[in-house]
Design a protein around this ligand. Structure first.
Ligand code: SF4
Ligand code: SF4
Length: 272
């Protein structure tokens, strides 16, 4: 869709003796000197609102011990949109139908050969029966930030406000984001938006504030059909690893070499 995008929460990671503040976290997580970030300090000071809640990071959490990813089985998705709704609630995403951290698309392949993709309000509330005829097949595809291992959004951010964590999540520090939109333009998946309240770039964080407490992302938790599978990508016994072993796995726009960490199984050739 023209595209729903998302906003992240700034994580605070711990080192052992106590919680770290944002700066400490960034010092650990960013592959660049913190001094560079100093250039951006206060860069978002014109923000009219600051809703980003500081998640409490349990003191025992070690990012280096995790490698998160998500699997998606479109065959299981019924297009109920509960995931997109849960995401908005969990992450304080603006209610307007332009802002999404995750959304669901319906693909309808017509007898004429044309494929029509729709996502009314990101799929929140489901997909009303349009009564259209001549549809050969239709199916639903949940989308979100792909948490790329080689993320163009991180590469273009001029102040390091967008960064990767050790556990495989791409985040935005809203304190440092300038609102320049470079990352929004660079993301090939339309996964980002500029929050109209904070003027900061935002996107899916895999619900990072929940992960560090051992909880699943909100979208995964509410999905009634287990169309979303979340977990450790490199732990052989994890549900995600089993999903990847026993299915034919694809990623979106593989030719761009962003190395996504959202894995789809049995993806229809029409999906883009
Ligand atoms: Fe997410 Fe990749 Fe887009 Fe960055 S470039 S917002 S990591 S999908
Ligand atoms: Fe599909 Fe699950 Fe989202 Fe419902 S909650 S739209 S079944 S992914």
């Amino acid at each position: 869709m023209s595209n729903p995008q998302s906003r992240p929460e700034v994580p605070v990671e711990h080192s052992g003796s106590g919680p770290l503040d944002r700066r400490d976290f960034l010092r650990q997580a960013l592959p660049m000197p913190l001094g560079l970030l100093g250039l951006a300090a206060g860069g978002n000071s014109e923000s009219s609102a600051a809703p980003a809640a500081e998640p409490a990071i349990p003191s025992g959490y070690k990012a280096s011990e995790h490698n998160y990813a998500m699997g998606i089985d479109p065959n299981r998705c019924i297009g109920c949109g509960l995931c997109a709704e849960a995401c908005k609630r969990e992450n304080d995403v603006p209610r307007e139908p332009f802002y999404f951290r995750t959304w669901v698309e319906r693909y309808a392949v017509r007898a004429s050969g044309a494929t029509v993709v729709t996502s009314p309000n990101g799929g929140i509330g489901g997909f009303p029966d349009s009564g259209e005829t001549g549809v050969l097949r239709s199916f639903f595809v949940p989308k979100l930030c792909n948490q790329c291992a080689h993320p163009p959004c991180v590469q273009v951010c001029p102040v390091g406000a967008t960064f990767q964590t050790q556990d495989g999540v791409v985040l935005v520090d809203t304190d440092y984001c300038l609102g320049c939109r470079y990352c929004i333009q660079a993301c090939p998946y339309g996964a980002r938006y500029l929050d109209p309240r904070t003027h900061s770039a935002e996107k899916c964080t895999f619900c990072y504030h929940r992960l560090v407490k051992g909880l699943l992302p909100a979208c995964v938790e509410v999905c009634p059909t287990q169309a979303r599978i979340f977990g450790e990508a490199t732990q052989r016994s994890s549900p995600l690893s089993r999903f990847m072993r026993f299915n034919r796995i694809q990623v979106l726009k593989a030719h761009l070499n962003t190395d996504p960490k959202v894995y789809y199984c049995n993806l229809d050739g029409e999906v883009r």
